[in-house]
Design a protein around this ligand. Sequence first.
Ligand code: G6P
Length: 609
Amino acid sequence: MCGIVGAVAQRDVAEILVEGLRRLEYRGYDSAGVAIIDGESLGRTRRLGKVQELADALAETPLVGGTGIAHTRWATHGEPSERNAHPHISQNNIAVVHNGIIENHNELRSMLKEHGYEFLSDTDTEVICHLVHHELKSQETLLAAVQTAVKQLEGAYGTVVIDRRDSSRMIVARSGSPLVVGYGIGENFVASDQLALLPVTRTFAFLEEGDVAEITRTEVNIFDLEGNAVEREAKESEVTHDAGDKGEYRHYMLKEIYEQPQALARTIESRIANQEVLSSAFGDNAEVLLKDIKHVQIIACGTSYHAGMAARYWLEDWAGVSCNVEIASEFRYRKSHLFPNSLLVTISQSGETADTLAALRLAKEMGYKATMTICNAPGSSMVRESDMAYMMKAGTEIGVASTKAFTVQLAGLMMLTAVIGRHNAMSAEMQAQISQSLLSLPAKVEQALSLDNAIAALAEDFADKHHSLFLGRGDQYPIAMEGALKLKEISYIHAEAYASGELKHGPLALIDADMPVIVVAPNNELLEKLHSNVEEVRARGGLMYVFADKQAKFESDNTMKVIPVPHCDDFMAPLIYTIPLQLLSYHVALIKGTDVDQPRNLAKSVTVE
Ligand code: G6P
């Protein structure tokens, strides 16, 4: 979703801004633009399409100057077009980029039109630049004008404002959409994600809700919504490697699939000792806060929601506490019951998903005993606003379709099951088994990755298909859901997932030779039931692809291709069966020639409703 980069420097910043936008491309966007102050003039270039088109335009007609802002837009108000692309400019003086949605834009637009402002785009953002321009008539400084303007905005914003008449500063404001200030030497920056600025600095301060900051080359002054000066601690970035590089891989998604053994090892290894998961994995106060938990409410979106669905089986089966899992956008708009001693867990790769964050805030108001986030982004809103945080060490995930974040989330949730279980009915023996299973995960995932070539060959069968059905039972049902989501996200093949016991209640009607059925079949206590489901599909002329444990007694024939998956225990099975499904979607997308890392219409991080 939209990306922001801004800079105040002595050197020309066009290249820094464009490189920053490139690094944010993975978030999803439809147009890009940049505005730079050059002496007395304000130059702007915008393009529909990829950042490369903007870079080409700038190569032809460069914009010079040390103060500038840049943006990748993901359309919300107004179609994707050059006219609607940011930056927006008021009266040739004030230029603005904005992430988020201004909900009262209609009222503000009417008011500003009465004051003579002409609107040239269909965006909500354009009200911000005219409003700041309007406020400058009565305010003495750009800072004061932005402070007064943002008080009139309803909705979500991360915004950066520059004024042609004063190239020494930019004013940034944050409410809802994340912004991070990057500190350089004699130059300073702002971006919606630190990844954008890694080539120029590694020192960052995250702005908090309501913050407005004035950034010059040598100073960063931050104020809260009331206008009081505040400190936001600047820290060295914890991003250990520069994720902006695909290395030997053709796509980020493939790289990230292959990074899973290391990501899991990094996340798990230091958090298990003496056959026990350490509660400190969830923060220093976790031992106390998790002690009396009897109910867990999990909230998430997309892939993270599927991880939560799997955890429900574990928390109820093994830890002996009740658990509900809900999609954030549903939870936040209904009245839900608060059970005594409830823990609220948000799962989020980015820590900034608008609906999940709103659900966390609602849960705090409702009086949950404690809140926890399982998150991959240090310093994100969810990490800062939760009582406890389990930091995934998956490393930055660039591919829009989440892969390594999912398996690392599953590992975190398995660890949570062990810790909550310890405070409830879980035996020391089961805790030891879980610990052992977690520690052997990286090697098992490595084995599962060796299925890559076999799956690439299988993918050919899917290239001309329009629909598919994924089946699983128990904690493999969410894995089937995740497999279906991956396939639809990147290959655009319609994919549905069903708990296989539900086959008779509808989906059997869809079965024919054009509807491939993908089955996940580990060797667990539900195997016999699954065998019956497979026979139901076979009897209707369906074509099946069964990912099965070697001991699960499935054999290939003319109605079924069996792909043997390395044998694994029940605890790790959901994680291991995820791997072939990720690879399947990747190879099908390759054959179909889609944009694997940036599938159409989707965004990596959904920071608006
Ligand atoms: C978007 C992404 C998904 C992700 C979901 C939730 O839809 O494309 O990959 O699963 O948001 O994101 P989060 O950062 O909260 O896990």
